[in-house]
Design a protein around this ligand. Structure first.
Ligand SMILES: Cc1cc2nc3c(=O)[nH]c(=O)nc-3n(C[C@H](O)[C@H](O)[C@H](O)COP(=O)(O)OP(=O)(O)OC[C@H]3O[C@@H](n4cnc5c(N)ncnc54)[C@H](O)[C@@H]3O)c2cc1C
Length: 369
């Protein structure tokens, strides 16, 4: 039996751990959750109408969304974790029709998009009463995932399968034959490692002579408590201008998120984020005092992003005993579970075929010494 260490217990690391064939591997997962992106996030799984031109990224994101039905079934994800309630996309006059045509085009290779409908203003506020009467495009295949609830669910699953979970910071050392993982109290040897550490990947690999193209991006969102009863069944809304409105069960309404490239690993909630999210969302809300009328909490996390904003997951250059995965940016809830699954397939079957999803690994990681 080989020993596998996973560093990072976000959406990639925990999904990977749960898909590993435990008749072949003894698995230990090390995670220091400070600043973790997945725990802070709540997101929309609806990548099909993205304006991004990177075809490999789109192939990955589309495949990630198509993977969700399997994920839900494999781990029996409850509605408190994931719900497919459809997406409403709000755009300026004249932009909705071309978007609907693009959706029809993309549906040919992504039937998961589901029903595509241009909605009149009144219909929009009936479907999602928080919104003003504004026209929108509806796609029924869109879903929403609560990152923290997903991780709680998968941690319970992992414990039932006897995967060892250690809440601790880890450091790496490479010997001729093994990987050594050092924590504050222990050093342990492993045959193989999976490094799913988000923006923490640089700190793990730089001391081993690697140069990594990864940066930290601060993200903040606001979680409001309201008294709406059936909010769990409401669709999510992608508001024009890159903010999202994500209703969850029991009146919990999330509005997010910021993308702060200069804030690094800082986790302080800021007034600026509140103001920015308010300014972006108020023009769409039926209650212009929504922000003042409800209590809220900040959720703050650190995303990882690369120079071309595309994720990577692969073996380390010239070392098939280690895989790395990071740079998921703003779409990691869509791509993360599928990446975790593909990495597990590599460990279970010993082969991979990932080139259609990403550039080569030396685009992002170079061994310098
Ligand atoms: C506010 C916010 C909103 C978002 N909204 C969306 C959205 O709507 N849709 C979407 O698709 N995505 C969204 N995202 C992005 C998404 O959450 C991330 O892309 C994804 O969760 C990244 O997953 P990951 O597993 O790569 O990293 P993470 O979830 O960050 O997990 C990495 C883990 O590794 C740990 N770690 C690092 N170094 C070490 C070490 N040396 N030892 C031990 N542990 C270590 C970290 O602390 C962390 O716990 C959002 C992110 C934020 C912050």
């Amino acid at each position: 039996m080989k020993k596998l260490a996973i560093i990072g217990g976000g959406i990639i690391g925990l999904t990977l751990a749960n898909y590993i064939d435990l008749s072949k591997y003894n698995v230990t997962l090390f995670d220091n959750p400070t600043g973790q992106a997945t725990k802070a996030s709540a997101g929309i799984i609806s990548p099909w109408l993205s304006k991004r031109r990177n075809k490999k990224w789109y192939h990955l994101a589309k495949s990630g969304a198509a993977f969700y039905p399997k994920l839900i079934q494999d781990f029996s994800l409850p509605p408190s974790v994931y719900q497919q309630t459809g997406t409403l996309i709000l755009r300026k006059d004249g932009e909705l029709e071309p978007l609907a045509r693009l959706a029809e085009e993309r549906k040919l290779s992504a039937p998961e998009i589901g029903d595509i409908q241009l909605l009149h203003a009144q219909e929009v506020s009936t479907r999602l009463p928080l919104l003003k009467q504004l026209p929108a495009l509806s796609i029924s295949g869109g879903g929403k995932l609560d990152g923290a609830s997903y991780l709680d669910h998968l941690r319970r699953h992992a414990v039932q399968k006897n995967i060892e979970l250690k809440t601790v910071s880890a450091q790496l050392e490479r010997t001729q034959s093994h990987w050594l993982i050092h924590t504050e109290t222990q050093t342990e040897a492993f045959d193989t490692v999976a490094l799913c550490a988000g923006p923490g990947l640089s700190d793990l690999l730089t001391p081993l002579g690697y140069k990594i193209d990864i940066r930290a991006q601060k993200g903040q969102l606001l979680a409001f408590e309201t008294s709406y009863k059936n909010s769990g069944n409401w669709p999510v809304a992608m508001l024009d201008g890159e903010s999202d409105l994500i209703p969850f069960e029991n009146g919990r309404i999330l509005i997010g998120a910021t993308h702060e490239n200069e804030a690094g690993f800082d986790l302080t909630p800021t007034e600026e984020a509140y103001t920015q999210l308010k300014q972006k969302s108020i023009p769409f809300l039926s209650n212009s005092a929504f922000f003042e009328d409800h209590s809220f909490a900040y959720r703050v996390g650190t995303r990882a992003y690369t120079s071309d904003f595309a994720p990577f997951f692969n073996c380390l250059p010239n070392d098939s005993t280690a895989v790395v995965a990071s740079g998921l940016g703003s779409s990691g809830l869509t791509t993360g579970p599928y990446i975790g699954f593909l990495l597990a397939q590599y460990f279970n079957e010993g082969q991979h075929n990932w080139q259609d999803f990403q550039k080569t690994i030396d685009t992002y990681i170079v061994k310098e010494y």
